[in-house]
Design a protein around this ligand. Structure first.
Ligand SMILES: [Zn+2]
Length: 103
């Protein structure tokens, strides 16, 4: 399995989305029952629950990246259900190719 660390952030369009993990982030996410969240305001930010099992972390990362791609390239036109489906399908393809995203 190729484990790719995402802590340095990801570039989407002209923007860098910082990736934040850790206990403080996990606590904040839990307040809203989230595994991940993405903020598209001036500071682009993806927050991820680093306590998730590795495969679920990878899938959640992809889910949040798709939210970022949707915001930058599609004017936030995707519905949550579509994001879930694309992310789950892409996560399966990535796992099949031996690619997993880790903190
Ligand atoms: Zn979502």
């Amino acid at each position: 399995m190729n484990r790719i660390a995402v802590g340095k952030g990801v570039k989407v369009g002209a923007h860098i989305y910082k990736v934040r993990t850790g206990q403080h982030i996990t606590d904040r996410l839990k307040e809203g029952s989230f595994y991940g969240r993405t903020y598209h305001s001036e500071e682009k930010l993806i927050m991820l629950d680093s306590k998730l099992p590795e495969t679920q972390f990878s899938q959640t990362f992809l889910h949040e990246v798709i939210h970022a791609v949707d915001a930058i390239y599609l004017g936030s036109s995707l519905r949550e259900k579509q994001v879930v489906g694309i992310a789950n399908g892409l996560a399966q393809v990535m796992e099949g190719l031996g690619v997993r995203f880790i903190k």
